[in-house]
Design a protein around this ligand. Structure first.
Ligand SMILES: [Zn+2]
Length: 96
């Protein structure tokens, strides 16, 4: 299945070239699906949930709320790290 809807005929958008050495010693190019890196949390480096991923042409079609969680630091910190950060902040605020 192509990554971009309607891009079935735009082969270059969906493929990446991989060089493969054949048993005969020849180097041939195989075309594989393009890979896209998932967005990661800035603190724990775990992949973020609810963050859209893929080619720019696909992301541009999504609405803002479909691209990342709609909360402070959404798409930058994971829910757990954000909670820890907020709790730390609240502690600092109450102590000072
Ligand atoms: Zn995190």
């Amino acid at each position: 299945m192509p990554l971009v809807k309607g891009a079935e005929y735009h082969g270059k958008l969906n493929k990446r070239r991989v060089s493969v050495r054949t048993p005969g010693g020849r180097t041939v190019y195989h075309y594989r699906k393009k890979r896209y890196n998932a967005a990661k949390c800035a603190i724990c480096k775990k992949p973020l949930n609810g963050v859209a991923n893929g080619p720019r042409s696909f992301l541009s079609k999504l609405s803002k709320s479909e691209k990342r969680p709609n909360r402070p630091y959404g798409g930058y910190l994971c829910a757990r790290c954000l909670r820890e950060l907020m709790e730390k902040r609240a502690l600092l605020m109450s102590s000072s």
